[in-house]
Design a protein around this ligand. Structure first.
Ligand code: HEC
Length: 97
């Protein structure tokens, strides 16, 4: 019985460590939350961004803003402040699974 328990605990440890890492937002995401809500749920008429778009669509949206191909009041300027690497991280963080 005790051996069984140890095996279960050992086999779950890497899963727990992995999910803890996945729950840490990329630093760049912090700059989004003051407008999009603390959980990216949307706030004050600003759209929700958490788990709304697929990863590919999120990346495409950010690039369209940056290239002035998607109209917006502020996102054009904001999206130009991030590298492709940042956008990939942001897309992974905010995209729906
Ligand atoms: C100053 C406030 C502000 C900040 C900061 C901000 N946004 Fe936005 N975001 C907006 C507004 C307002 C819109 C609606 C489009 C517009 O008017 O530019 C928007 C739209 C979006 C959309 C499109 C949502 C949709 O469904 O069409 C995405 C994606 C997005 N923001 C992502 C981000 C990300 C990622 C960050 C951080 C890097 C960020 N935003 C930071 C205000 C902000």
């Amino acid at each position: 019985m005790r051996r069984w328990l140890i095996l279960v605990v050992l086999s779950l440890a890497p899963v727990a460590a992995g999910s803890a890492a996945a729950q840490t937002p990329p630093v760049a995401a912090n700059g989004c939350l003051m407008c999009h809500g603390v959980n990216g749920q949307g706030a004050n008429g600003i759209p929700a961004i958490m788990r709304v778009q697929s990863r590919a669509d999120f990346t495409a949206t950010m690039k369209l803003f940056a290239e002035n191909k998607k109209p917006g009041t502020i996102m054009g300027r904001i999206s130009r402040g991030y590298t492709d690497e940042d956008i990939a991280e942001l897309s992974a963080w905010f995209a729906k699974p």
